[in-house]
Design a protein around this ligand. Structure first.
Ligand code: ADP
Ligand code: MG
Length: 821
């Protein structure tokens, strides 16, 4: 008799695949000795068999009915009869949480005899009328597909007196329900409780393949062949009396993560009433009698302790006795996820590995980044406040006053206002305004335009290419599709989605979560996962990067010159140079602009990337100039040794000026040959600054050991290397399109933005060998880090990473997870 079914106390809670989430939770609570109404689970294998043949598998109906005898014996109640009738709930429960499946059928098992017995046992005919009507409506809706069953039956039930003749009441209510259903669908609900049970089980199986269920699975990439389990359980009645009721409780606040019960209770109600919203439930901590509340508290902490997680629990109280009906891991906000993970490790509820697994890098991003509430943004969109959508060039959500001129942007910012600078296009002359602004938006330009490059160097939220914008500088107005905004109007922008809104949003950093985030990352760091360097450009960036947990810094000379407005100076020096001078002007520029950054850095390691005149990102800025046409030798790493020398000298002087003893190295991009590395070593001989190479291509990775032998440090630009191996532009790895669409069409089996390609992994094995030989090897990650890729790199033995400053915390989490895997 156990081919398809398992009683709660026989089932192994770990077998979620067979029991489904709900069945597994009930089995676990039963095993813990908590008060769970008795019941059994029909496994997902029965559902799969049903879906194959569209008939109940042989023997299932017999087994389901045979289980009833055991339930009767256990509860002392009788299915379909007296003295105390056994009523059942029949619920669907898939192995993965899946809304859109069949709703629950409650109160199953009523025929006339059982109804009369129930009235006698409870002394309440009105209660029986309520239960009969509820059952009929649920069965009609979920099994027979009626649209609005039970409409108009409420009055009939309300008119029943507690002492009315139960048989007559049953006849009246049942007949009325049947008549309404016949009008609607022409169907009829079986009066025989055993037929009801078999019908309900089959309906649960069928609901696996409803359109909404399939759509949900498609969207969430859940396989279609898992099938659902069915939970059959004895009913308890929250609608029996005033000291009965039903509720839902979270073991901690799922919005903030604060400890303490958080939930709702509705006296004199059955479970679905709480969610139906027809009556307003009360806070659980106020509505429950003190002894019940104490019991619920104790139960919740026992469950938390057993499952090592924050839980969402459904319960019912029948005549002052607490019954547990469901337990599952609680859905939570990012803030709550971070706080909970830190707290439950501190409380010893779970291991660091498990706690870290409960938080994603995206949640860390959301917690650390001041931003808009999703609900506010949604509301603004539907209220027509979205002005236009451009290209998101640098993430960040900001609100501020619209300003169309860099001078006025500077003035208003100095006056304490948050400014959003809108320009048709930006140029180096706008730099002071861009630095002053909280957000930047341009009408033209792509993701490598001046505005985008500068914004990324500054870390300022930025949208470019918002083609619908018409900036009228003279009139100080901004027109978008016929709408006119004036300078000083409030606007908001989202540098990820590229959206520009009229009006302001509240911007918040969930303060409570920041402390918890520190704790959580402390746990990750304690796992010994590795060392993280942060990319900075301005001295003001340094503190934030160190606070986020960066052990060192990386920066790039061209980025610093862009952000300080001296790229023109560099170009001028290079153009003026006849090829013989020592490029002293470049050394002066570097010395002058790096001293403040190095002073802010103190004695931490600073990796400096040398000027790269062929970088993808630099092209748009430099292509307007004739530098590389006049001096083609500048497009190979050591084509002009004097340029490298000038940068080394400049950095040495900057170190001196900064007064401290920063550990600085200069690393040159695109080195691919041991001979280049040796030449670089020669240039750096005797310098107070180390030298290194940036691996950007397969050849360099292949030759990593030989290159490393001549270098102090080796950086691998993972994105550039992947792009080179794929043969696509590296900038495609920073944007949603074109690769999103391409991956969706199944034309790329590995998404190089999130996953290390096997061909690249093979090359990195050679780089790892260079590391073993004693060279300091680091992985330079760009854009948002991917947990999967970090785990892969960690698995290959890499422990040193550099990322954008905003990604330091997400990376620390990802590394902690990888180390504890
Ligand atoms: P969902 O998957 O939508 O949470 P459930 O199967 O948990 O649906 O059922 C919905 C509600 O039905 C529960 O909140 C609970 O209050 C009620 N319910 C389920 N089983 C029983 C039972 N054995 N006794 C009383 N109420 C029940
Ligand atoms: Mg539920």
């Amino acid at each position: 008799m156990t081919a398809f079914t398992l009683a709660f106390d026989e089932a192994d809670p770990a077998d979620v695949d067979r029991l489904g989430g709900k069945g597994s939770g009930l089995a676990r609570m039963t095993r813990q000795g908590l008060r769970v109404p008795a019941g059994y689970v029909i496994g997902t294998d029965a559902c799969r068999a049903y879906l194959g043949t569209r008939t109940l598998p042989d023997g299932l109906a017999d087994e389901v009915l045979a289980r009833l005898a055991a339930l009767e014996a256990r509860t002392g109640k009788t299915f379909g009869g007296g003295p105390v009738p056994l009523l059942l709930s029949v619920r669907s429960g898939a192995p993965v949480s899946m809304p859109g499946m069949m709703d629950t059928i409650l109160n199953l098992g009523l025929d006339r005899t059982a109804a009369v017995a129930l009235a006698e046992a409870t002394g309440d005919s009105r209660f029986v009328a309520d239960v009969v009507a509820r059952f009929h409506a649920m069965y009609a809706e979920t099994v027979l597909g009626a649209l609005d069953p039970g409409a108009g039956i409420g009055d009939l039930v309300a008119d029943v007196g507690p002492r009315d003749d139960a048989g007559a009441v049953y006849d009246r209510v049942w007949a009325a329900c049947e008549a309404a259903l016949a009008d609607d669908t022409g169907d009829s609900v079986p009066a025989d409780p055993r037929a009801q049970l078999v019908g309900a089980v089959e309906a649960v199986f069928r609901s696996w393949n409803t359109r909404r269920a399939r759509t949900y699975r498609d969207f969430h990439k859940i396989p279609h062949d898992l099938g659902t389990a069915v939970v059959v359980q004895a009913m308890v009645f929250g609608n029996l009396s005033d000291d009965s009721g039903s509720g839902v409780v979270f073991t901690r606040n799922p919005v903030t993560g604060e400890p303490g019960l958080f939930g709702e209770y509705l006296a004199h109600s059955q479970g679905e009433d709480v969610v139906a919203g027809t009556r307003t439930p009360d806070p659980v901590t106020e509505a429950l009698a003190p002894d019940l509340l104490a019991e619920l508290r104790a139960t919740c902490s026992e469950l938390e302790r057993a499952q090592g997680d924050v839980l969402d629990i459904e319960f019912t109280v029948e005549r002052s006795t607490l019954y547990l009906l469901q337990v599952r891991s609680a859905k939570r906000t990012p803030e709550a996820a971070v706080r909970i993970a830190a707290d439950i490790v501190a409380e010893g509820l779970t291991t660091p590995a498990t706690a870290l697994r409960g938080v994603s890098v995206e949640q860390v991003r959301q917690v650390q980044r001041p931003g808009f509430a999703d609900t506010d943004v949604e509301r603004a969109r539907s209220a027509g406040r979205l002005l236009t959508t451009g290209i998101g060039a640098c993430p960040g959500q900001v609100s501020g006053v619209l300003v169309l001129d860099p001078d006025r942007a500077g003035e208003r910012a100095a006056g304490g206002e948050d400014v959003v600078l809108a320009r048709t296009v930006t140029s180096p002359a706008d730099l002071h305004g861009m630095i002053a602004a909280q957000g930047i938006v341009t009408a033209t330009g792509g993701s490598t335009s001046h505005a985008a490059v500068v914004a990324r160097a500054l870390g300022t939220a930025c949208v470019v290419g918002a083609g619908a914008l018409r900036v009228d500088e003279a009139a100080r107005t901004l027109e978008v599709d016929g709408r006119r905004l004036h300078e000083g109007d409030d606007v908001s922008l989202d540098g990820s989605t590229g959206e520009l809104f009229a009006g302001r949003f509240a911007v918040s950093t969930p303060a409570a979560a920041t402390g918890a985030l520190g704790d959580l990352l402390g746990i990750a760091a304690a796992a010994g996962a590795g060392e993280v360097l942060a990319r900075v450009t301005l001295p003001a960036d340094v503190d934030a990067a160190r606070e986020a947990g960066a052990a060192g810094l990386v920066t790039a000379i061209d980025d610093v010159l862009v952000a300080t407005g001296h790229l023109d100076g560099l170009v001028a020096h290079l153009l003026a140079d006849g090829g013989v001078e020592a490029l002293d002007g470049v050394a002066d520029l570097v010395a002058q602009e790096f001293a403040p950054v190095l002073a802010a850095a103190g004695d931490v390691e600073v990796g400096v990337r040398a000027i790269d005149l062929v970088a993808d990102e630099a092209r748009e800025l430099l292509q307007q100039t004739a530098v590389t046409t006049r001096h083609p030798e500048l497009t190979v790493p050591l084509g002009r040794p004097a340029l490298v020398e000038a940068q080394l000298r400049g950095l040495e002087r900057a170190v001196e000026k900064a007064g401290g003893a920063p550990r600085v190295h200069l690393a040159v991009r695109h080195v691919s040959d041991a001979a280049e590395a040796t030449a670089l070593r020669e240039l750096g001989r005797g310098a107070a600054v180390g030298v290194g190479a940036y691996v950007t291509g397969p050849r360099a990775a292949f030759a990593a050991e030989a290159i490393a032998a001549a270098a102090d440090v080796l950086w691998v630009e993972v994105r550039t290397l992947q792009a080179a191996v794929f043969g696509i532009p590296a900038r495609h790895l920073l944007t949603a399109e074109p690769l999103d669409g391409y991956v969706r069409r199944g034309l790329l089996s590995c998404d190089p933005r999130t996953t290390l390609d096997p061909a690249v992994a093979d090359l990195l094995v050679r780089v790892a060998a260079a590391q073993e030989a004693g060279c300091r090897v680091g992985m330079r990650l760009s854009g948002q880090v991917s947990e999967e890729m970090v785990a892969q790199l960690h698995g290959l033995g890499f422990r040193r990473f550099a990322v954008d400053a905003a990604e330091v915390r997400p990376l620390l989490l990802a590394l902690g997870k990888a180390a504890l895997q």
